[in-house]
Design a protein around this ligand. Structure first.
Ligand SMILES: Cc1cc2nc3c(=O)[nH]c(=O)nc-3n(C[C@H](O)[C@H](O)[C@H](O)COP(=O)(O)O)c2cc1C
Length: 147
């Protein structure tokens, strides 16, 4: 099946505290579970980087909602591709918050609660994924340079 994967960055319009971010994750995970969208959200110093992937029509709908969302601005798509496989198939929305690492330890697991090994594996992988994203994408973007 054809899937669309989008990587974008945006800038928070207000200070996102832990509660704001948890609210956002709570809602996003509920919608994404319904729409079979997976991905990861990175937050650092008022900037977001999000990877979202899913079926084409669901991704179009999510994009429309995201660009209208007044909680963030400077919405920039870094990469938009049609892919065959998901990178984050088990996450309705994983999160890496560089300002509050405790939030990064709450994975939005989509499937696999029945398998504790899978959950542990995902939790253990979060820092590596966060590190990878930090090195390869967020650093340049947070400093204002186009990737
Ligand atoms: C940084 C950021 C990431 C978001 N990620 C998602 C997401 O992955 N899935 C989702 O359904 N909504 C996400 N949202 C929320 C949507 O913009 C929107 O508020 C939500 O889907 C509900 O849509 P509605 O307000 O039109 O009812 C995100 C919002 C922000 C600011």
């Amino acid at each position: 099946m054809k899937l669309r994967r989008i990587v974008y960055t945006s800038k928070a319009c207000k200070d996102f505290n832990k509660r704001d971010l948890l609210d956002l994750l709570h809602d996003s995970r509920a919608y994404n579970t319904l729409d079979n969208i997976s991905g990861v959200l990175v937050h650092k110093d008022g900037y977001f980087l999000q990877i979202i992937e899913g079926e084409l029509n669901k991704m179009t709908e999510l994009l429309e909602r995201l660009v209208k969302d007044s909680r963030h601005t400077d919405f920039k798509i870094l990469n938009d591709s049609i892919v065959k496989n998901r990178l984050f198939s088990n996450w309705s929305m994983g999160c890496a918050d560089f300002n509050d690492p405790s939030i990064s330890m709450i994975p939005g697991i989509l499937h696999g609660f029945e398998n504790p090994n899978l959950s542990n594996e995902l939790i253990n992988q979060l820092p590596e994924i966060a590190d990878y994203l930090h090195t390869h994408l967020t650093h340049q973007q947070v400093n204002g340079t186009q990737v």
